[in-house]
Design a binder for this molecule. Structure first.
Ligand code: PMP
Length: 341
């Protein structure tokens, strides 16, 4: 077999646990509430390419994100956009700084283009010290800084004034704030894109909008930066069906806020119930909780009864990330755990 390039050869393919399950709480997906009735499309013009610039979709998104259409570039999930930006800015050996633990794909995207991923450790309680991050940035002068807020998988929320401190102290790196879960937080730094020309915000319809299957993400920055980055966008990167479905879904944007409120309520309820049965639950600003379990091998035991969650091993210690499900799903989860205690 012809060998892949060395930085890629060592990678493992992204593992998706697709065992059949009755309750799926492993991937932080939302409910199917925006396209409940499915999608009926007449006269699909599949013979022509989709709108490469996603003009109508960007217009709809700009209303929700409270910015201009020109501030948005749409991607095939925010995954495509994060990879695209890292690739566009980083040559081999360029540095990318981020907290660890965080979204594991950042490291993979760096490996793909040979960039060096420099991780700044979170505190023991998974809180993140922005001064430590700034110190490392000033030391290694990275091309890119990636901050996931709220953080995946810990749920930790970096306060806006800390992000502003980061932006005020770092001018020579592109600062990407990955706000995949920020809809649940109700706070964002999108309003700062015109103040800081090195700021890019990543958003997605995969979580709070419950549209992970459509693969629609958005990159938001000041007009000049977005125009500049446009040159590395693959043509027709968002397919026609996804554009049509997302536009339709966004016509019901009023439902999004009530869904978010409901998930936040259910997260607090789930946290309380897990604490009652002796779990350690970390504060989360997201649609998942990050926990330590009093039950050994919780992941395997829950999988055996049809419930899928995520397991992490940090410094030899096991943690779990559990997506907030529906009221019923959360109840099934708690009942099954009770039986395991
Ligand atoms: N960023 C974070 C922090 C995520 O957790 C995810 C999905 N798990 C993504 C980006 C990518 O999301 P998508 O490609 O579905 O937009």
């Amino acid at each position: 077999m012809i060998k892949l390039k060395p930085s890629v050869e060592k990678l493992n393919a992204y593992f998706v646990n697709d065992v059949p399950c009755k309750v799926k709480l492993d991937a932080n997906e939302g409910s199917n509430y925006l396209l409940k009735e499915g999608l009926h499309i007449d006269n699909l013009q599949a013979n022509i390419y989709p709108d490469s610039d996603c003009k109508v979709l960007r217009e709809k998104l700009s209303k929700y994100y409270n910015c201009k259409t020109e501030n948005i570039l749409v991607g095939n999930g925010s995954s495509e956009l994060i990879n695209m930006v890292i690739n566009a800015y980083c040559e081999k050996k360029d540095k990318v700084v981020s907290f660890i633990p965080t979204f594991s794909m950042y490291q993979t995207y760096c490996d793909l283009c040979g960039a060096e991923y420099v991780g700044v450790k979170c505190n023991e309680d998974f809180s993140q010290n922005i001064d430590n991050l700034i110190e490392k940035i000033l030391e290694v002068n990275p091309k890119i800084v990636l901050l996931c807020n709220p953080n995946n998988p810990t749920g930790y929320v970096t306060k806006k004034d800390e992000i502003i401190k980061l932006l005020n102290n770092v001018n020579n790196s592109l600062i990407i704030i990955d706000e995949a879960y920020a809809d649940f937080l109700g706070d964002s730094v999108i309003d700062l894109i015109n103040k800081y020309d090195n700021l890019v915000v990543m958003r997605t319809l995969s979580k709070a909008f419950g549209l992970a299957g459509l693969r629609v993400g958005a990159m938001i920055g000041n007009e000049e930066l977005i125009k500049y980055i446009w040159k590395v966008k693959v043509p027709y990167n968002v397919n026609m069906l996804s554009q049509i479905a997302a536009i339709k879904a966004l016509d019901n944007i009023n439902l999004v806020n009530s869904y978010i409120g409901e998930v936040n309520r259910l997260r607090e309820e789930l946290s309380r119930n897990l604490k009652k049965i002796k779990f350690t639950v970390y504060d989360s600003g997201s649609n998942f909780v990050f926990v330590e379990s009093p039950v050994d091998n919780l992941f395997e035991k829950l999988m055996n009864c049809g419930i899928l969650i995520r397991k992490f091993n940090f410094n030899g210690k096991i943690y779990y990330r559990i997506t907030v499900g529906t009221e019923e799903e959360n109840e099934i989860l708690i009942n099954e755990i009770r039986k395991l205690l």
